[in-house]
Design a protein around this ligand. Structure first.
Ligand code: 13P
Ligand code: SF4
Length: 320
């Protein structure tokens, strides 16, 4: 604990001296989330991270999350230096949707409006008409469907089919998924609900449809945290990455939080399956290192950034 306090003080000092701010996702380790808040940065979902970076005057953004979050920050803040603790921190959704294959898929379906999830590379965003996050996917697709547009959705097929069901839109799905959320298992969740009849079930929409069907609330990380604060239930069964428990228990310390069950057939401990290995690559030590040596700066080719900025800005303008 003394070592962690020393390291935190060191990083706070580096942030101040370098006019830098730490922007962390809810899935990163607790020490990083706490430091981000204590030092004037933020802990947020992916939509709020993008907004915060744009509104904050700091010249350097240290983005603790996965690579697409750093890229989005750079695309929106070309004049700022964007550093990431670990450039290898990717995302299974981003990996499942390579830019060239995706561009070909879009070319084959020119009559569709291309809507991509934020969890994608700059190249995929550059090919899109709209970028959405889980926090704003439904209102944007509803808006497009009302105008009679057909949607090509990538890369998360579970979120895409949830959006299709909720909005009634005509949706063509790319077959991607998140390894963490895909591990949640509906039969075991139904059994857990029987054992905890008073518990509210919160599910991130990247989870399989039959898991989301058992939920009281389906929503983004921010929506799930709000539900823990606002619903009267004492117990919550939570289907998302376990890093979120840090903020949930801070906001509502009296509530009991239970991780939703995962598929049990691979012999991996449940804790491991509900941890995103890429989010876990972010550590205090690495934040200190990149501030000390300026390494791991995110670069996005200017022409690609200019194209990717259009659908991201469209989302931010819609959200405003
Ligand atoms: P949010 O947009 O809800 O923060 O989700 C990002 C993510 O990576 C979910 O796995
Ligand atoms: Fe990507 Fe899933 Fe990790 Fe979120 S939890 S960053 S969607 S791999």
């Amino acid at each position: 604990a003394a070592e962690s306090a020393r390291l935190k003080a060191h990083v706070r000092d580096l942030l101040r001296r370098q006019n830098a701010v730490l922007v962390a996702h809810y899935y990163t380790e607790a020490a990083l989330q706490d430091l981000a808040e204590e030092s004037g940065g933020c802990v947020a979902d992916s939509l709020e991270m993008a907004r915060f970076g744009m509104e904050h005057p700091a010249g350097t953004l240290v983005v603790a999350g996965v690579r697409f979050m750093g890229e989005t920050s750079k695309i929106l803040n070309n004049e700022k230096r964007v550093l990431m603790p670990d450039l290898e921190a990717t995302c299974s959704l981003d990996e499942s949707c390579p830019g060239e294959l995706f561009a070909r898929f879009c070319d084959e379906h020119p009559e569709y409006t291309v809507v991509v999830y934020a969890n994608t590379s700059a190249a995929v965003k550059a090919r899109a008409d709209w970028v959405v996050t889980s926090g704003i996917a439904l209102p944007i697709v509803r808006h497009l469907a009302e105008k009679g547009e057909k949607i090509l959705w990538a890369p998360d097929r579970h979120l895409g089919s949830y959006v299709q069901q909720e909005t009634g839109a005509d949706v063509l799905l790319w077959p991607g998924s998140c390894v963490v959320h895909e591990s949640f298992q509906a039969d075991a969740l139904a059994e857990m609900k029987r054992r905890h009849p008073e518990a509210a079930v919160l599910v991130h929409p990247e989870s399989p449809r039959d898991v989301a069907a058992l939920a009281d609330v389906v929503g983004s990380t921010t929506a799930m945290i709000k539900a823990v604060q606002q619903l009267p239930n004492q117990e919550f069964i939570v289907a998302t990455e376990r890093g979120i428990f840090n903020k949930m228990s801070q906001q509502a310390p009296e509530k009991i939080l239970i991780s939703a069950p995962t598929r049990g057939d691979e012999g991996i401990a449940q804790d491991d399956k509900t941890r995103c290995v890429w989010m876990a690559m972010n550590t205090l030590e690495k934040v200190a290192a990149v501030l000390e040596n300026g390494a791991n700066e995110i670069q996005v080719a200017p022409d690609m950034a200019a194209r990717a900025r259009v659908p991201i800005q469209r989302m931010l303008d819609f959200a405003a």
